[in-house]
Design a protein around this ligand. Structure first.
Ligand SMILES: C/C1=C2N=C(/C=C3N=C(/C(C)=C4\N[C@@](C)([C@@H]5N=C1[C@](C)(CCC(=O)O)[C@H]5CC(=O)O)[C@@](C)(CC(=O)O)[C@@H]4CCC(=O)O)[C@@](C)(CC(=O)O)[C@@H]\3CCC(=O)O)C(C)(C)[C@@H]/2CCC(=O)O
Length: 209
C-alpha cells in the first residue's frame, strides 16, 4: 500500500511554519526576531524552544545588515558552516570554519584547550565586522569571550551563541548574555546545536521563508 505524504518541499515548509506560528508563543518577539525564532524552532522540531530563545536589543537588525554588507560568517564547527544555504546569502558572504586547519591541533596542545577553542585563534584576521555562529562547542564561546576581553581584539557585529550540551553550554551562553557588549542571540539552557544555529543564519540571510 503506497504511503501518502507531502512531497512538495515548499508546501512542507509553509505547513511547518504555519504550525509553529499557531502553536508557539512568539508574541514577545519583534517581526525580525520572529522570523529567526520560527526558523530555529523549525530546525529543532520543538515549539517548546520558543521561551528559551533570547535576542539582545538590535541583534536581528545588526546581523541582517552586516550580512547584506558582506560580513563574513565565522562558524565553530563544519556542521554549522556546511548547513548555511549559500543561495540565501545576500552578498556571497565568506563562510569560515577554521576547526580543521592543520595548525589547530598544535595550537590546542600549546594553549591546553580543545580544538574548537584553539581554532578561534585563526579567526583574528576575519573578526572585525563579522557575524559569529557558534552552535556546537561551549569552549569556543568561552574562548571568544576571553579574546574579546582584550580591547585590541577586533569585534564581530553580532554573535549567535547556541552551543549545546551538559558541560559548559549553560555557563558559556549565560556569560555571553551577561557580557552584553555585542548584539547576540542565545538559546538559554542546555538546548542549542548546529542545526538551530544554522537556521538562525539562514533566516537572517534572506527575507524569503
Ligand atoms: C565536548 C564536545 C561536545 N560535542 C557535542 C556534540 C556534538 N559534537 C559532535 C561532533 C561531530 C563534533 N564535536 C566536536 C566539536 C568535539 N565535541 C566536543 C569537543 C570534544 C570539545 C568541544 C567543547 O567542549 O567545547 C570537540 C573536539 C574539540 O577538541 O574541540 C568535533 C570537532 C569532534 C570531532 O569530530 O573531531 C565534531 C565537530 C566536527 C565539525 O562539524 O566540524 C556531534 C555530532 C556528536 C557526535 O559526534 O556524535 C554533536 C553535534 C551537536 C551539534 O548540534 O552541533 C557537545 C554536546 C556540544 C559536547 C560539549 C558539551 C557537553 O556537554 O559535552
Amino acid at each position: 500500500m503506497p504511503y501518502v505524504y507531502e512531497t512538495d518541499g515548499a508546501a512542507i515548509y509553509r505547513q511547518s511554519f504555519a504550525t509553529i506560528r499557531a502553536e508557539a508563543d512568539l508574541a514577545r518577539f519583534t517581526p525580525d526576531e520572529e522570523r529567526v525564532a520560527v526558523r530555529m524552532i523549525h530546525a529543532a522540531g520543538m515549539v517548546e524552544l520558543a521561551p528559551h530563545i533570547r535576542f539582545s536589543a538590535g541583534f536581528a537588525e545588526a546581523a541582517r545588515d552586516a550580512l547584506r554588507g558582506g560580513a563574513p560568517i565565522l562558524c565553530d564547527a563544519r556542521m554549522v558552516s556546511e548547513g548555511i544555504t549559500r543561495a540565501r546569502l545576500p552578498a556571497a558572504n565568506r563562510v569560515i570554519c577554521t576547526l580543521h586547519d592543520a595548525l589547530v591541533p598544535g595550537l590546542a596542545a600549546a594553549l591546553g584547550t580543545t580544538r574548537s577553542a584553539a581554532a578561534l585563534e585563526l579567526w583574528r584576521p576575519h573578526l572585525a565586522g563579522s557575524v559569529v555562529a557558534i552552535g556546537n562547542a561551549p569552549t569556543a564561546l568561552f574562548h571568544l569571550l576571553t579574546m574579546l576581553q582584550d580591547p585590541a581584539c577586533p569585534r564581530p557585529v553580532a554573535v549567535i551563541g547556541c552551543p549545546v550540551g551538559f558541560v559548559g553550554a549553560v555557563e558559556s551562553k549565560d556569560a555571553l548574555w551577561a557580557w552584553g557588549q555585542v548584539p547576540c542571540c542565545i538559546v538559554a539552557g542546555r538546548l542549542g546545536g548546529s542545526a538551530i544555529t544554522v537556521a538562525a543564519i539562514n533566516a537572517l540571510a534572506s527575507d524569503a521563508e
